[in-house]
Design a protein around this ligand. Structure first.
Ligand SMILES: Cc1ncc(COP(=O)(O)O)c(C=O)c1O
Length: 334
């Protein structure tokens, strides 16, 4: 997947969090100041990791379900700030933080690095390391890249690489320094997950064949289908249109529906996998993914099951109005 980069990319044998940890442990030294946007479970993960490695964390909390206000964020960046850490898509709530607007507003500071967890944004949104001034971009194999879990990819800008080469790494296995040295000798410091790398290679070929503009448009279309179908049957969406990511829709659970039981029954009865809320949002929302291998027809099928199983709670769901609306949107776009 082309993320418009000019530095180097490293592949780690781990889930996506491994590349997050590689970043934190290889780019910063104990006691350095970092600003972290915390708008959900994965923002909290940046905080935990930064604190684990002794960084001084300045946390910018955002209400769960909302994306960051860029002007407010800029007030939280000081001349001593060495890193700004954020999610592109905060998947626990479904928001997309406006990476492009943040990049435009960032102060000039040669000693500050912009670090973006794009685990659920690469292959969904048009992320450009160059245009968006991203120094470290974190990605995982199991979301829009359509592979099994187990690979994390870290994209680094030339400026980040220069800095890392002069920084002492605090981790052994997740040392970016060690990985860069090995990569230049066309090897890896530890045994690579060869089968997963081959699967990623295949997935990237498939994505290239579809074309990135078509992929982004497909995600956006599925988002529209899901959002409008849910609204049509009286479900409340967690995110505004402006804040909502292209790849995940968060929907408030209707009164009287026990999220865990309902989600499990969808799995057991139909093989439909949707996700519940996490941490603060547990039992309050459900989340529908529309990225990667998922196609508009899958969305129609999922909406039908969701509507059918919620019919006793939502009068409009009895009439299949959500499915009808999703079909109309699909037809308009074909
Ligand atoms: C935005 C985001 N960041 C980080 C993670 C953690 O990734 P992993 O579970 O692959 O370690 C996830 C996983 O869902 C995610 O969606």
């Amino acid at each position: 997947m082309d993320v418009d980069a000019e530095g180097e990319a490293l592949v780690f044998t781990s889930s996506g969090s491994g590349a997050m940890e590689a970043c934190v442990s290889s780019m910063f030294e104990k006691g350095e100041d970092v600003t972290i946007v915390c708008a959900g479970k994965f923002g909290k993960r940046w905080v935990e990791m930064a604190q684990q490695y002794g960084l001084h964390t300045h946390i910018v909390n955002v209400d769960w379900g909302k994306s960051i206000n860029v002007d407010a964020l800029m007030q939280e960046i000081k001349p001593t700030t060495r890193g700004l850490l954020i999610q592109a898509c905060e998947s626990s709530t479904g928001v997309y933080h406006p990476i492009e607007k943040i990049a435009e507003a960032l102060p000039e500071n040669d000693e500050m690095f912009f670090i973006v967890d794009a685990i659920t944004a690469v292959g969904v949104h048009d992320i450009s390391m160059k245009r968006h001034k991203i120094d470290a971009l974190v990605c995982g194999s199991q979301k829009a890249l359509m592979c099994p879990p187990g690979l994390a990819v870290l994209g680094l800008s030339p400026r980040a690489i220069k800095h890392i080469e002069m920084t002492e790494c605090q981790s052994l296995y997740f040392s970016v320094q060690k990985n860069l040295v090995a990569q230049r000798k066309a090897t890896t410091p530890f045994t690579p997950a060869v089968s997963l790398i081959l699967s990623l290679h295949k997935a990237l070929e498939m994505m290239e064949a579809e074309g990135k503009e078509r992929i982004f448009a497909r995600c956006l279309l599925m988002r529209k289908m899901v959002r409008e179908a849910c609204s049509e049957i009286g479900l409340q969406l967690l995110n505004s249109d402006e804040d909502a990511s292209f790849g995940i829709t968060s929907v408030c659970l209707p009164e009287g529906v026990v999220g865990k039981e309902w989600i499990q029954s969808l799995k057991n009865n139909y093989g439909l996998w949707i996700a519940g809320g996490q941490d603060d949002l547990e039992g309050k929302i459900f989340r529908i993914a529309h990225m990667g291998a998922i196609r508009p027809d899958d969305i129609l099928w999922g909406i039908e099951k969701i509507e059918h199983t919620l019919a006793s709670h939502l009068p409009k769901a009895k009439e299949n109005r959500g499915l009808q609306r999703a079909r109309e949107i699909l037809k308009e776009c074909q």
